[in-house]
Design a protein around this ligand. Structure first.
Ligand SMILES: [Zn+2]
Length: 235
């Protein structure tokens, strides 16, 4: 592990170059008047091929609102010693619009670097997730290591506008991708110390409450029994 960590620590310029390629390829959903994630996906696939990953699969979700007719989802796997399990790093390729342009001090679609700080649309959400996975894969391959289990990267579309063409599409149509004993890491939000582990984000929890009582008219509340709101003592 130390060898891998040291190797990743030395990849600062690789981070900057990957980030500048990603930032220069806006991946906006058609819901945000964009043309989707295809161009960004193609660049990532090329980068992974050059790195030496041969098992790259595409799961395209049909969407006739974008020029290529689909929203790409890309899975790449480096085989491990135990090929029955995969450690997945899942990140999303789409970004949100730039918003008020005058609030940016630099072009949102061109990576701006100021020492160790980089600025551009998507550098955090969620390029850092894509980059983390790519760097780990690069370190594993360069060290000629075989991980204990498969190492998988899953790069999805449409996270920012509902997931229908992204992870939801995978879950509905390609659940065979995941095994029961797989491990999944989703590096989306976090804190600078990497100590925050989030177990869920953007969900809905429906709770149905059945209230049993006795209905009455508002003029005679003493005749009713309201289990939701206890009668006051003077009733
Ligand atoms: Zn995100």
């Amino acid at each position: 592990m130390k060898k891998l960590y040291d190797s990743i620590d030395s990849m600062t310029e690789t981070v900057v170059s990957i980030q500048s390629e990603l930032v220069s390829r806006p991946a906006l959903s058609p819901d945000n008047n964009g043309t989707g994630e295809r161009e960004k996906a193609d660049w990532i696939i090329g980068f992974m091929r050059d790195m030496g990953i041969s098992d790259i699969r595409e799961y395209n979700a049909p969407d006739d609102r974008v020029p290529c007719g689909h929203r790409p989802n890309v899975a790449a796997v480096i085989p491990g010693r135990d090929t029955s399990r995969t450690f997945w790093v899942i990140a999303h390729m789409d970004v949100v619009p730039v918003g008020e342009r005058s609030l940016w001090n630099s072009d949102p679609w061109t990576l701006h670097r100021d020492g160790d700080t980089i600025v551009g649309r998507g550098v955090e959400d969620n390029h850092q997730g894509l980059v983390s996975g790519l760097l780990a894969a690069k370190a594993i391959l360069e060290a000629n290591e075989t991980p204990a289990m498969n190492f998988g990267l899953l790069m999805v579309s449409d996270e920012e506008t509902g997931n229908d063409f992204g992870l939801q599409f995978i879950a509905d149509n390609h659940l065979e991708l995941f095994g029961e004993n797989d491990l999944i890491l989703v590096p989306d939000s976090g804190d600078p110390n990497s100590t925050q582990a989030e177990v869920a984000e953007k969900g809905m929890f429906w709770l149905k409450v059945t209230v049993n009582g006795k209905q009455c008219h508002a003029s005679t509340p003493d005749e009713g029994l309201n289990a939701w709101w206890r009668p006051r003592p003077w009733w």
